[in-house]
Design a protein around this ligand. Structure first.
Ligand SMILES: [Zn+2]
Length: 625
């Protein structure tokens, strides 16, 4: 074990000279015996201390600093009154990193066989490789002398003493307890679980979507994401944060049986086991290992969705025409409808609301079965099958495929497939449609039209893909932030205040015309928000989407490989609006900052200005302007 520290503390070669007869005088090295190892950088001094025999009076540790080169000390235990080297590693990141790698037994730990009173344990730890860790701040304290007396009476022979910070000792004990799978004492666990609930409640009060806990060697930081933007919330001592992560895991419904601090783990807190704040349905946890024994926990808050008469897709941000088209897809008894977008683009919410409304519309006389990994939101009246007990990606795919196949044998009317991720799940979706079911699914693709390409890449045959009776609906979407109506800045003011750089402003002017830009476009308040409960000048998010309700002509173009024609046909004949156009229309309505359009959706100068002017006119006519 000592070998682990060689790089830090140097080699131990020469035997020590004869030990002195009496204890050292403070501040004065005994002649000729001040042991000194080759020290790592940052450690010029190597204080030493005498070790008294078991039962003897124990001297407090005292530095007898020597700047000179001395002798190395033996690695073997030396009989009575040996000089034990004392090294201050409290500031040496390198030495502490090696200490983190210690995997032996902490003798003064819970089941280490060398029990110490708890108030002593915080200052000292005896490791089974002969290392004694002592809190630098308390090295001369009564507690340390008392603890050393107990340890030595138990026949522990310290071969070296490392001075560290209190928190490092705490960490060593925690790591030891984790290795042995011991639970912390009840009160600590209760305190930590309370802290977890409080953090979730704080996040929920701000409608945050995610909590991030990043635990590094010395400190931990907590971030929260709301409206897609990350913000740091607070710092936390590293050891506390480690306990926090473990407490969160223990509050979750069993997935893995035990917490493994150095592995990737997923878990889920639900109100079955833990009382969650009102409005929070579940919290999905993802634990990731970081270097140096760190941990990175991401907790996704799943809010209870509005259920009841009003819950539908209407207020999510789709245009009137898009809402009409999506509801029409719902009315078709047979066919696949796929919704695409990156993580956090609101796909789950759309699917949940849509299925919720579909079931309500038929008075729950249809059987809706969902296969999700894991189920995100509760869908009233639906049978939601989870994908469980998987470890590897291959197992996950297989379990997912098996669950979809099972759903098809379970007499469904409507099947929802959480995510089509490979050929197996894609072909089951087509099989479901071909056997007379309505299918909803999500998929990672950049736009409605690219869903077809993505399915082709997975291996779905073109003749199936281009069958408009099988593929009935394609939706691509993103979420963009909505400007706070109270503190948004008019376009001209935003430019004059430098919020919107002139090059970006001129792109907006070219697309819309200067008059429209100045009269109708707004930008976010750079002052970081106002008193109207807005966050950084924004309040909530809205969907921007492109929706294709397929028909025979569209699919004929696509099936022939003429994507350009299919796209043009959709825009001209099927009243298609692209996602960037949809987003820019929201800018013209003063809802969305043009920077948000470009950052989240697409470049404004790629939008056809003539076509866009016609879209504005149609939009104004429809909304009675
Ligand atoms: Zn505001």
């Amino acid at each position: 074990m000592l070998g682990r520290f060689k790089g830090v503390l140097g080699r131990t070669e020469a035997p020590a000279p004869a030990p002195p007869k009496a204890g050292p005088r403070p501040g004065k090295p005994a002649p000729g015996i001040a042991p000194q190892r080759t020290q790592p950088r940052a450690q010029e001094r190597a204080p030493t201390a005498e070790v008294a025999d078991a039962g003897d009076e124990v001297m407090p540790l005292r530095g007898i600093g020597s700047g000179s080169r001395g002798f190395a000390t033996p690695a073997r235990p030396v009989q009575p009154r040996a000089v034990v080297p004392v090294t201050d590693i409290s500031e040496s990141a390198e030495a502490l990193a090696e200490l983190d790698l210690f995997e032996g037994k902490v003798l003064t730990g819970e089941s280490g066989g060398l029990p110490l009173p708890k108030n002593y344990r915080q200052f000292i730890a005896a490791l089974d490789d002969g290392t004694l860790l002592v809190a630098k701040s308390h090295q001369a304290s009564q507690a340390v002398s008392g603890a050393r007396a107990i340890i030595q009476r138990a026949n522990f022979r310290d071969q070296r003493i490392l001075l560290v910070k209190l928190e490092d000792i705490r960490k060593v004990y925690h790591a030891d307890a984790r290795r042995r799978g011991l639970k912390d004492t009840g009160s600590d666990t209760a305190t930590m679980q309370k802290a977890v609930i409080e953090l979730i409640a704080a996040a929920a009060a701000n409608r945050c979507s995610d909590i991030h806990v990043e635990v590094k060697r010395f400190e931990a930081q907590i971030f929260m994401r709301s409206d897609g933007v990350m913000a740091k919330v607070r710092d936390m001592p590293s050891a506390t944060a480690q306990d926090f992560c473990q407490a969160a895991f223990n509050m979750a419904d069993a997935s893995d049986a035990s917490y493994k601090p150095y592995e990737f783990q997923g878990a889920r807190i639900t109100s079955l086991k833990t009382p969650l704040p009102e409005g929070v349905q579940a919290v999905r946890l993802q634990f990731n290992p970081l270097p140096d024994g760190g941990r990175y926990l991401v907790a996704r808050l799943l809010y209870a969705q509005k259920v009841g008469k009003q819950a539908d897709i209407d207020e999510l941000g789709y245009t009137a025409n898009q809402i009409f088209q999506i509801k029409r897809m719902r009315r078709k008894p047979i066919g696949i409808n796929i919704i695409s977008g990156p993580t956090g683009s609101g796909k789950s919410t759309t699917l949940q609301r849509s299925l919720d409304a579909a079931l309500r519309d038929v008075n729950y006389e249809k059987n809706v079965i969902t296969v999700e990994d894991p189920p995100e939101y509760e869908i009233v009246g639906a049978r939601q099958l989870p994908v469980t007990n998987v470890k590897t990606e291959d197992e996950r795919k297989e379990a997912f495929r098996a669950a979809i196949a099972a759903s098809l044998r379970s007499d469904p009317d409507i099947v929802m497939i959480g995510e089509i991720r490979d050929f197996a799940s894609a072909s089951l979706a087509f099989q479901a449609a071909m056997t007379g079911h309505q299918v909803w699914a999500s998929l990672h693709a950049n736009s409605a039209l690219s869903i077809l390409d993505r399915l082709r890449d997975m291996g779905v045959e073109l003749y199936r893909l281009s069958d408009e009776t099988l593929v009935t609906g394609l939706i691509g979407q993103r979420l963009v932030r909505v400007l706070c109506p109270h503190c948004r800045l008019p376009f001209a003011k935003g430019v004059s205040q430098g919020v919107l750089p002139t090059d970006r402003a001129s792109i907006v002017c070219e697309a819309l015309g200067e008059e429209v830009a100045e009269r109708r476009v707004f930008v976010g308040n750079p002052a970081g928000g106002c008193e109207n409960k807005c966050r950084g000048g924004f309040t909530g998010r809205t969907v921007v989407a492109d929706v294709i309700q397929t028909d025979r002509t569209f699919m004929e173009y696509y099936g022939r490989g003429d994507k350009t024609k299919a796209h043009a046909y959709w825009l001209d004949k099927l009243e298609g609006v692209t996602m960037p156009e949809n987003a820019l229309l929201k800018s013209v309505s003063g809802l969305v900052d043009p920077r948000e359009v470009e950052d989240k959706v697409g470049l404004i100068d790629e939008i056809d200005p003539d076509r866009f002017r016609a879209l504005i006119a149609a939009h104004d006519a429809a909304s009675g302007k």
